[in-house]
Design a protein around this ligand. Sequence first.
Ligand code: ZN
Length: 473
Amino acid sequence: MNYEPIIGLEVHVQLSTRTKIFCGCPTSFGAEPNSNVCPVCLGLPGALPVLNRHAVDLALEAALALNSKINARSIFARKNYFYPDLPKGYQISQYDLPLAEHGFIEIGAKRIGITRVHMEDDAGKSIHDGFKDSDRYSYIDLNRCGTPLIEIVSDPDMRSSEEAYAYLTELKQVLQYVNVSTCDMEKGHLRCDANVSVRPKGQEKFGTKAEVKNLNSFRFLKMALDYEIERQIKLIDSGGRVIQETRLFNVDTGETVGMRSKEHAHDYRYFPEPDLAPLCVGEAWLNRVRKRMPELPAARRTRFVESYGLREYDAEVLTLTRAAGDYFEKVASVSGDARATANWVMGDLAGLLKQEGKEIGDSPVSAEHLGELVKLIAQSKISGKLAKEIFPKMFSTGEAPETIMRREGLAQISDEGALGEIIDEVIAANPKQVEQYRSGKAVVLGFLVGQVMKASRGQADPAAVNRVLKEKL
Ligand SMILES: [Zn+2]
């Protein structure tokens, strides 16, 4: 039988605030264990949470960037469960009235719905160490307790692991663009769980779903989904039934393993958090956030094509990150030649950055300097060939193109006296071609120009060479 997978993703994203969501403790990563804690995030009796306004601002920006409808009034709720790294005994989350709902993002021509975006606090971390029973310890680090998160729940709209991969890619790009999170998966700033089920093609009713946890890289997400889809199909084909459960992806074996039966909402005994007032986001607040929002990737792509005349592909590459788009625009404004700028940023610059393992934000060549280089070519003050020689020097020294040209005597030769000498030598050295040109074979001129450019080590101004050479011939 032919089956169709149904996939929905739940993504937790750490908001880039300096302090935690309900107290003033720092959120800095890598601090001494249990040093960034206070009575509030330790859940000590009598301690009261105070909502971090900046965390709400960032959550609102994320929700708007995901085309969601903001609820003017949302409610924090206690999600009760016991775990050693959750000292309060409950997580503060949002349940039946989340911050935002009914959003979407687009992957190519397909729209993936976003059910909800809600705010919550993170738990601490358990670190398990040792292998033998006599030598086995678990350590608790509560620094992460109370770190602000948003959970973004998608509709079950994805039909393949590729679509899930594309969705997560686009989601990460949008969140990084609006700067609400670093989305650094290695630091756990973006975590992903997947709900997966399969159904016979053509059937309307969804099959029973399993939730797969621990998908902490894009590659693992795809591997786990492919494995899980295959597992469910085999199970059904052999007469078995998929049970609703939580499964863990094992990165060593590439398999998903049943962990526990799936908990239901009623297991958590949700109830409104009595220590926090409802969160009311009025029009004035929302408008302030709207005004601060940057241009989103999709809009920027369109603008790059329409106002800079870039090709679709170039516009897409240059808007992959906000830093790349910003860099490109700065270079283009200095150079005055957007298409040449795009070629330099995506070609020579990207090549050297990749070689050195650097991001565009840390480029040793400033946008101003690259802009000057492209402008020098556009004004034919240097040849493209010479520019290609200068550029790696700009990359290794961080210097302006003109500084390098001055030091190395690389300025373009357009002075007729100096050019004349080189041209005289070329004419003397190529009597046969000179003869051919004089007897009417005009194409030979290109060869002679090439010889002059070579003799000048690419420093001659091609337009001046053409003119002077013709006169002399
Ligand atoms: Zn604290």
